[in-house]
Design a protein around this ligand. Sequence first.
Ligand SMILES: [Zn+2]
Length: 141
Amino acid sequence: MTRPLPAEPRKPLTKHQFAMLALRQEGKCGCGCGRKLDFQTPRAITDEHILALFEGGSNDLDNRALYVTDPCAKVKTAGEKPVQAKIRRRQGKTGQQKRLRERGHGSIPKPKVSGLSKDNRFYRKPEWPKGRKLASKGFER
Ligand SMILES: [Zn+2]
C-alpha cells in the first residue's frame, strides 16, 4: 500500500490569482450552483481547493475555485470531513490503532481469512444460550 504524500500547506490566493479566478468563473460560484459571488461582503467568498489538499490536491490555480461561503463552501468542507477522518485513522493519527499504540500494544492482529469465511453456506445463526429464559424475572418487593 502506498501512503498518501504529506499534504501541501494551504497557500492563500494572491490578489491577482483571486481576480483571475473571479474572471474565469464569470463572477459566479465555483460549485456550479449559479449563485453570484458577493464581492462586497467580507468573508462571503471562500477560496476552495477543488481537490482538497489532504487528498493530494495542489495550491495551483487549476485546483482553486471561489465558492459562496454559505452554503457552498460549508457544504463542500462538511462533505470532506468523513474522508479526512478516514485518512487520519489510516495514517494512525487518530482512532483505535493510535490509542492502542499509546497504551503500548502492538497493532491489532487481523483476523485470518479462511476459504470458508466468504462462503455463507457454513454460516449459522447464533443460537440463544440454552437453558435460559428471556422472560423478565420481575421485580422483588
Ligand atoms: Zn455554489
